[in-house]
Every structure is written in C-alpha cells, then in structure tokens.
Write a protein that binds this ligand. Structure first.
Ligand SMILES: CCCCCCCC/C=C\CCCCCCCC(=O)SCCNC(=O)CCNC(=O)[C@H](O)C(C)(C)COP(=O)(O)O
Ligand SMILES: Nc1ncnc2c1ncn2[C@@H]1O[C@H](COP(=O)(O)O)[C@@H](OP(=O)(O)O)[C@H]1O
Length: 279
C-alpha cells in the first residue's frame, strides 16, 4: 500500500492551485465574453431569455437544449457528488485509510452542498438567486399569457390582474407561462460550474501532481468532470448572460471556495473541522 502524501503544499509552475484557479476562472469568463463580440448580428441576443434565438443560434452550444446542458449541467450537483464520491472511494482504497480525513472531506462536501441548495434551490423559501432577483426589482410578468387569456375571455380586467402575481421563483414563473424579468439574475450556471469544478480540482490536485503518471480512476473521473465543467463554463460565458450576471455568479462561487479551502489555512478551529485536501 502506498503512503499518503504528508504535505498539503503543492505548486504548479511555482503557483499554488488556489492562485491558478483564481486567475483561470475570471480569464475563462473574460475569454467567453470577448469571443461573444464576434457573434454576427444575424444571431441576436435576447436579454429576456438570456440566450440567442434557437433558430439562429450561433453554435450548438448556444442552444439551451444542447445535450450536455440538459444531462450534465442541469443535473450538475449529482455529477459533482458522484465524481467526488468515486475519487474519495479510490483515495481511501489506494492510500492509507483515515477516517478523520474522510470525515473532513465529507464535511467540506456538506458545506458546499448546503451553499448550493441555499443559492440555487431553496433558502427557507425561495432560493437566494430568486430572492436577489426580486429584491433588485424583478418580477414575474404574465402579460404574454394574459394577452392570450384576454383574447380568449374578452375580459381585459381579468387579464390585467394576471400581469403580476405572487410568484417568487424563476421556475414558478416559467411554469406559469410568464417571463421573469427586470431584476439581477445571478448566473446559476456560472456559480454551479465554478463551485463544482473548483472543488474537484482542489480536492485532487495534491494527488495529481505526485502521481501524474499513475492516477487512479477516481482522480481521472474527477478531472474529467472538471474539464467538462470548464468547457460548459466557457460556453455559458460566450453565449449566455450579461457580464455582470456572470461576475456575481463567480463572486458567490469564489466566496464558497474561499470558506472551504482558504479559511482552514487561516483559522485553526476551522481547519480541525474542514481539514485540507492532501494534509
Ligand atoms: C468529499 C466527497 C464526499 C462525497 C460523499 C457523498 C456520498 C454520496 C453517495 C453516493 C453518490 C451518488 C448519489 C448522488 C446523489 C446526489 C444528490 C443530488 O445532488 S441530486 C440533485 C441533482 N440536481 C442537480 O444537480 C440540479 C442542478 N441544477 C441547478 O443547480 C440549477 O438548475 C442551475 C444552477 C443549473 C441553474 O438552473 P437554471 O434553471 O437557471 O438553468
Ligand atoms: N452552457 C450553457 N448551455 C446551455 N444553456 C445554458 C448554458 N448556460 C446557461 N444556459 C441557460 O441560460 C439560462 C440562464 O442560466 P443560469 O441562470 O443558470 O446561468 C438557463 O436557461 P433556462 O433556465 O431557460 O434553462 C440556462 O439553461
């Protein structure tokens, strides 16, 4: 059985993985935003749908119904969980088992999962992305549906009453046939993809460098998932959202990664609970 690496200090070309990630993600967003400037005017961007019209989409990846979006990103937390689990399983199997290290890795995962839930799914009511959207002036506009209803019922008063209802989530609004408009929409894709891939890279990197030619399948699964996430992040940066919506997605993901991987370096009590990958 091989021994567990003892030092958490890992550098790539002299830089720590944290520094490299801190540079790589904003650069990826900037690259995508720059590339989007080359999209021809014949493929106009629709701010309401936050995308290009599928009929004139500039690329397969500019379509919301692209298969990687549907099966990978939209179920992203499942895939990140699976990749982390497979990685930890092989790590435990190949290296010296340590219940403490495993418990700390599970706690890091639990923190990330809790934040993911609060930001994108449910925060004691609407998720934080929905609350921020509403707090910044967004609302569910049901006028398109109301217009259809007006034509059907010939009752403008009833239809007008449908314009704004007590719908407090983007998903609820879309389900009601309305448009979630007017507010600031933190990019859920940018948040999810940076948090998930950042975790995968930071969990595996101490082992990747030491065993570059001899990586176990768990490490390969984790890095493969991170690579696919990076590609989808570039696609989101290129074809979807405004730069400010992407920036806020990045800030929320970086804050979470900071709590998980920087705070334990600074505060001993946090280190006891969360540990550090590779230590
Ligand atoms: C340190 C590692 C320890 C790991 C220990 C874990 C043990 C787990 C055991 C087995 C693993 C397999 C089982 C996995 C269960 C995972 C449960 C789930 O996460 S299911 C949820 C799947 N759903 C998603 O991933 C939804 C993702 N989507 C979103 O977050 C949003 O839709 C969006 C951010 C993409 C934005 O949405 P939009 O509507 O604005 O496009
Ligand atoms: N890389 C990508 N590929 C396909 N669709 C993407 C995408 N990035 C963002 N989108 C879509 O853009 C919209 C805003 O995304 P988000 O707020 O999560 O960043 C979502 O649309 P839908 O909610 O209509 O599916 C999402 O599916």
């Amino acid at each position: 059985m091989s021994t567990q690496p003892s030092s958490p200090r890992t550098t790539i070309f002299g830089f720590s993985p944290l520094v490299l990630l801190t540079l790589a993600y904003p650069l990826t967003l900037a690259l995508g935003s720059l590339y989007s400037l080359t999209i021809p005017a014949s493929s106009p961007y629709n701010a309401l749908t936050q995308s290009h019209d599928p009929a004139t989409a500039p690329s397969y990846f500019a379509r919301k119904d692209n298969l990687i979006n549907i099966y990978f990103v939209k179920r992203g937390w499942f895939w990140f969980t699976l990749a982390l689990f497979v990685f930890q399983y092989y790590q435990h199997y190949v290296h010296t088992p340590s219940t403490r290290r495993l418990a700390q890795a599970a706690t890091r995962y639990a923190v990330a999962t809790a934040v993911w839930i609060l930001i994108t799914q449910w925060a004691f009511g609407p998720a934080i992305v929905d609350r921020t959207f509403a707090a910044s002036g967004g609302l569910c506009d049901l006028s398109a549906r109301a217009a259809v209803e007006e034509a059907r019922t010939d009752n403008a008063a009833v239809a007008a009453g449908k314009k704004v209802e007590g719908i407090v989530t983007g998903a609820g609004c879309r389900a009601a046939g309305g448009a979630w408009r007017g507010g600031h929409d933190i990019s859920g894709h940018v948040f999810l993809l940076i948090l998930g891939s950042g975790m995968l890279v930071l969990e595996t990197v101490p082992f990747v460098q030491r065993r570059w030619n001899n990586m176990h399948i768990g490490t390969k699964a984790a890095l493969g998932t991170a690579a696919l996430s990076w590609w989808m992040l570039l696609m989101t940066a290129t074809y979807f959202h405004t730069w400010f919506e992407k920036l806020t997605g990045l800030v929320v993901a970086f804050t979470t990664l900071g709590v998980m991987y920087i705070l334990p370096k600074e505060i001993e009590a946090v280190k006891q609970v969360l540990g550090q990958p590779g230590s």
